[in-house]
Ligand binder design. Structure first.
Ligand code: SF4
Ligand code: SF4
Length: 97
């Protein structure tokens, strides 16, 4: 019986995490402040959702948002970026941006 309770609790926590990430991702979105990006690609290695991509052009390498709707707004990439080149913005204030 205890075994089933533990399994049930683990599954409930796992599902709660999925729902929370989904809700958070619908409220916020990641964007790149291109002038600050050095192209170090540290954020690419941090993000596990395939949201970001490295783009090469005449100005060198910089980061672009490839799959914005995959973003769960976890902010791991924002914390990893030492150049303040990434930020999460609220989708509710989109008209004010
Ligand atoms: S970690 Fe920051 S500076 Fe480095 S590539 Fe990502 S956005 Fe650009
Ligand atoms: S906030 Fe999280 S999911 Fe979104 S791009 Fe950054 S690391 Fe990826």
């Amino acid at each position: 019986m205890l075994y089933y309770c533990i399994i049930g609790a683990v599954i409930a926590l796992w599902l709660t995490g999925i729902v929370c990430r989904h809700i958070r991702g619908r409220r916020k979105m990641i964007r790149v402040i291109e002038d600050n990006c050095t192209g170090c690609t540290k954020c690419l290695k941090i993000c596990r959702r395939n949201v970001l991509e490295a783009v090469k052009d005449e100005n060198g390498t910089h980061i672009a948002v490839k799959n914005p709707y995959n973003c769960t707004a976890c902010s791991n990439c924002v914390k990893a970026c030492k150049f303040k080149a990434l930020e999460l913005y609220s989708l509710r204030n989109r008209k004010d941006d």
